[in-house]
Design a protein around this ligand. Structure first.
Ligand SMILES: *[C@@H]1O[C@H](CO)[C@@H](O)[C@H](O)[C@H]1NC(C)=O
Ligand SMILES: *[C@@H]1O[C@H](CO)[C@@H](O)[C@H](O)[C@H]1NC(C)=O
Ligand SMILES: *[C@@H]1O[C@H](CO)[C@@H](O)[C@H](O)[C@H]1NC(C)=O
Ligand SMILES: *[C@@H]1O[C@H](CO)[C@@H](O)[C@H](O)[C@H]1NC(C)=O
Ligand SMILES: *[C@@H]1O[C@H](CO)[C@@H](O)[C@H](O)[C@H]1NC(C)=O
Ligand SMILES: *[C@@H]1O[C@H](CO)[C@@H](O)[C@H](O)[C@H]1NC(C)=O
Length: 740
């Protein structure tokens, strides 16, 4: 889908979405969505949801659908919103028509000399003025506000964040404490502005003072050795300085500003100007380091700009802004895919939206960020498609604790690009309640975000070529399958050797999944992506630790350039939350993985059988001279039948049956999730993380030429008519090649 397609679709959707003053509605239960109490409103008239939650889920059926203003009725154990069962095209919108007033600021956009008065970062004064009234009328804003205040209160009751080096200054440094501090400052400063209770100002000051005096290094307390720490603290202080500007005494204001300039901006400027500095290595990196580092520096510089008599802020902005436009803006590939991993995307995109939003509010211009790369608009769709029925297609490293890092950039992008779909998607997500959301959210967004949205999408930028197929956007008990086969290089050492890896969700469970990162404090974990990097000797990073074929236990070739052929029935869901794919609805992707196996001819295809109830995985290996093994990591318990040809995977009471259709001489095995004796040995001094109860469903393959077909049949409540598909060579796969 191109950008124009997206625009076309948007206008269609707006017209479809608004008929008849039909009031919105979905049962409410923000209480359940976000863990507070439920607001009950009268008699029950809802059809109960078709999505029943899995164990541990919160679930609300039979709530009154007539007078509530939220889309989702509740969330499941994976925090996924559960939508009520509703036919037709209801106008999914907030109960009240609430929108932001016009902004009265006319800045000098391209220069920094005529900045908006404080507050100027993300949350300008006209929005604060309007907010109380909007909260009283709009359900999402109300529930988020309540949660933010409750969280501020909870943080208030804790002692100030403790300075702890995780792995020393140049390990993970003080990143967690820095992010926790930032999250608290946002909450405290928000609480003050909404309540005008100066106790919040005092509490903000206590937290700021605490972080000013952290550690033993008085010259460099914010830890240039791990620059993200410095950047996140600079952002935290910038928000405290800016949002509470009028509340600080002169002495406090000077103290906070000096911390921003001396501990943050000073080193930021040196990173650009001092050739001897070693901490600016991220300047030419299209990854979260660039977005987060420039983001904190830009926010800090905008906060103190005209008060900074040293000139540091202004010199820094001249460098950091164009650097972000040239680098951070390219974290999304041209197709929107986050080039690090699906999880790291959250760090980069949070930094990107913070810095872009701050530039927009402070100066009136984004200084070219949003237009620098089409992938920035498309990256919201990346998030839609990389989110499965349970969780992300979470290949590669998952990243450290998130704290103030979220996908709420979708709320910002929804407003900035005028794409209500992005806003509507994110507002039902568990991450939404935090201070940025209050200002990024456009409450006038209406419609069902899934309306006319194709179920399938292939992201074909060669950095991460990958495919995403699903049965529905609103039934979390449906099926999701995603496979990637892009380059193994250029993921900022967050990738795995995983060409052809896949995940499968069905019945509300992740049946085949990813292990995520290993211990970051392993020596040389982030050294490089070369073939001999010690990173690739860790099980979770090596080829055997993925859902792929391992030949002789070996790692894949880091220089792989896989190619993908694909097709889709282009099935899209309408506005209704109730949807079943037509019986001929299908999608497939076939990847040539030969370059990943040093020239041994290996191809993998993955597809829905027509109707989207079964998935077929087919591997074609030609001229293999060593023992090879099909491997898929699972948290399910595996039970293999006496023939060895059928394995039942059971997870939280849900079952999926895997069957080997061909060749005839191979069988399933239930293995521990760890390296085989053939795998590369672990480098000295490194240690594999434990994979808990995870298992590997494995199949040993013969040498020579093999076509392996594994059929996945989730044991649906409402479907048992499983077909055994014919054997069709991958070269001949088409949308209807399996219709028989
Ligand atoms: C919906 O709720 C509002 C305020 O809570 C109330 O005034 C209104 O009468 C309710 N409408 C219906 C249809 O129940
Ligand atoms: C706010 O509180 C909720 C409920 O306790 C929690 O799930 C959420 O993580 C908190 N948010 C932040 C930003 O800490
Ligand atoms: C992939 O995306 C990157 C970043 O936007 C871009 O530089 C590159 O040209 C894209 N590659 C292709 C083949 O489109
Ligand atoms: C197993 O479950 C854990 C915890 O939910 C999750 O992090 C991990 O990705 C899962 N592993 C697999 C192989 O699905
Ligand atoms: C890559 O990292 C390994 C350690 O994992 C190191 O031995 C090797 O020299 C590094 N190669 C390059 C090109 O930096
Ligand atoms: C694909 O189908 C054609 C036509 O039926 C057939 O001739 C060809 O052998 C098939 N290719 C493979 C690789 O099976």
């Amino acid at each position: 889908m191109s950008l124009t397609d997206l625009k076309k679709r948007r206008s269609k959707w707006v017209t479809v979405g608004l008929p008849l003053g039909l009031l919105v509605v979905a049962a409410a239960v923000v209480g359940l969505l976000f863990g507070l109490k439920i607001i009950k409103t009268g008699s029950s008239s809802a059809t109960s949801s078709s999505s029943s939650g899995s164990p541990g889920s919160t679930n609300h059926q039979n709530q009154d659908l007539n007078n509530l203003s939220y889309f989702a009725t509740s969330t499941n154990a994976y925090h996924q919103p559960i939508y009520p069962s509703m036919f037709g095209s209801p106008t999914f919108a907030s109960s009240a028509s609430v929108s932001w007033p016009a902004d009265d600021f006319t800045g000098n956009s391209q220069s920094f000399d005529n900045l908006r008065p404080h507050p100027r970062l993300i949350a300008p004064q006209y929005k604060w003025r309007a907010l109380k009234d909007m909260i009283a009328k709009e359900a999402y804003l109300k529930s988020w506000h309540d949660i933010i205040m409750a969280n501020a209160t909870a943080f208030n009751n804790l002692p100030p964040v403790v300075h702890v080096f995780d792995g020393g200054p140049s390990g993970s440094g003080i990143l967690d404490p820095a992010r926790e501090t930032k999250s608290r400052i946002k909450h405290f400063a928000y609480a003050y502005r909404m309540t005008e209770d100066t106790a919040w100002v005092d509490r903000t000051y206590r937290e700021l003072q605490n972080a000013m005096t952290w550690g033993d290094n008085r010259e460099d307390p914010w830890n240039t050795a791990h620059f993200l720490d410095l950047a996140e603290l600079t952002a935290a202080f910038a928000v405290g300085y800016d949002w509470l500007y009028d509340q600080w005494t002169d002495a406090q204001r000077t103290e906070i500003r000096n911390a921003i300039v001396n501990y943050g901006l000073h080193y930021g400027l040196l990173s650009y100007t001092d050739p001897a500095s070693t901490y600016g290595w991220w300047h030419n990196v299209n990854g979260n380091w660039n977005c987060v580092s420039n983001g904190g520096l830009i926010m800090g510089a905008l906060a103190v700009y005209e008060d900074d008599t040293t000139g540091t802020a202004s010199q820094l902005l001249e460098r950091a802004v164009p650097n972000a436009v040239a680098n951070c803006a390219f974290v999304p590939s041209s197709d929107g895919t986050g080039s690090e991993t699906a999880n790291y995307w959250e760090f980069a995109i949070t930094g990107m939206s913070e810095l872009t939003s701050s530039l927009l509010t402070a100066t009136g211009s984004d200084h070219g960020m949003l237009a620098a790369n089409d992938g920035i608009r498309l990256t919201s769709l990346f998030r839609f498609y990389v989110t499965g029925m349970t969780s992300l297609f979470d290949y590669g490293d998952h990243g450290p604790n998130k704290f103030s890092t979220t996908a709420n950039a979708l709320l910002f992008f929804g407003s900035a690009f005028n794409e209500p779909r992005f806003t509507l998607y994110q507002r039902d997500r568990y991450q939404a309640p935090e201070p940025w959301s209050m200002f990024w959210y456009d409450p006038s967004a209406q419609g069902a975000w899934w309306n006319n949205l194709p179920l399938d999408r292939v992201f074909d930028n060669s950095t991460d070529t990958w495919a995403s197929f699903r049965t529905s956007w609103t039934d979390i008990n449906g099926m999701y399958v995603a496979m990637k086969a892009g380059a193994l290089l250029n993921h900022q050492t967050h990738g795995d050797l995983d060409c052809g890896t896949f995940v499968v969700d069905a019945l509300g469970e992740r049946f085949f999944g990813e292990h995520g990162n290993d211990n970051y404090l392993n020596p040389n974990y982030f050294s490089n992506e070369t073939q001999t990097s010690e990173r690739w000797t860790l099980y979770r990073k090596m080829t055997e630790g993925q859902n792929v074929i391992a030949i002789n236990g070996a790692n894949q070739d880091v220089t792989a350039v896989p190619t993908m052929r694909h097709d889709t029935s282009n099935t899209a869901q309408g506005a209704s939350t109730i949807f079943s794919a037509p019986s001929d609805s299908s999608a497939f992707a076939v990847v040539d993985l030969t370059s990943a196996y040093f020239g041994t001819d290996v191809k993998r295809g993955i597809r829905f059988l027509p109707g989207r109830r079964q998935v077929l995985i087919q591997d074609e290996l030609t001229g293999v001279t060593a023992a090879s093994q099909w491997r898929a990591q699972t948290n399910a318990t595996i039970s293999i039948d006496s023939t060895g040809r059928s394995a039942t995977l059971t997870l939280n009471g849900k079952r999926l049956v895997a069957q080997i259709l061909s060749p005839e001489n191979v069988q399933f095995q239930d293995l521990e999730s760890k390296r085989t004796e053939r795998a590369p040995p672990i480098a000295p001094g490194l240690e594999d993380m434990d994979n808990g109860p995870a298992r590997v469903l494995a199949i040993d393959l013969p040498t020579g030429t093999t076509t392996l077909q594994v059929l996945l049949n989730p044991q649906w409540d409402d479907f048992t008519d499983f077909k055994t598909p014919p054997t069709v060579a991958l070269a001949n796969w088409s949308l209807d090649s399996h219709n028989s």
